[in-house]
Design a protein around this ligand. Structure first.
Ligand SMILES: [Zn+2]
Length: 153
């Protein structure tokens, strides 16, 4: 491993430990030439996942797109950033456990809706209205009614 400070290749590992989430190893290295220290992370190589969009075009899976959608739906709702991250983690876990190389975007949307439904009705309806592109107020109201009815059961 090349030293990021002086560019020499005489560096050695002085400490090795699992990172916070145990999905990576954090290594402290020291350069024998300039004595500076730096950190490297070792991770399992993840299989690239491709999302099939509605127009049938493909794009690389991007967690930040799900995050952005969930954040937008949770705007001004009593939901913490931790809760949002937990939802995105759950969604991501499900997606990756499908063990498919290509996942249609509608499937991802359904999973997100499913998780949001348990979290916050308003966030769910907001997300669903964007996702399912409700054409009119009636469709929107029907969806909302379904949730409200469900809550009163
Ligand atoms: Zn160096």
């Amino acid at each position: 491993m090349k030293c990021p400070f002086c560019g020499k290749e005489n560096t050695r590992v002085i400490d090795s430990r699992p990172a916070d989430d145990c999905s990576s190893i954090r290594r402290r290295r020291q350069c024998d030439e300039c004595s500076k220290r730096f950190t490297t992370y070792e991770k399992v190589e993840t299989i690239p996942l491709v999302v099939i969009k509605k127009d049938n075009n493909r794009e690389p899976y991007d967690r930040s797109k799900i995050e952005a959608g969930v954040f937008r739906s949770c705007h001004k709702r009593p939901i913490s950033v931790d809760q949002i991250n937990a939802v995105v983690d759950e969604v991501e876990n499900i997606i990756f456990n499908l063990e498919e190389k290509e996942v249609p975007s509608y499937k991802i949307g359904e999973i997100v809706m499913d998780k949001l439904k348990n979290l916050d009705a308003v966030a769910y309806v907001r997300f669903a209205s964007v996702y399912r592109e409700f054409k009119d107020v009636n469709t929107f109201m029907n969806e909302l009614k379904k949730i409200l009815d469900h809550e009163h059961v």
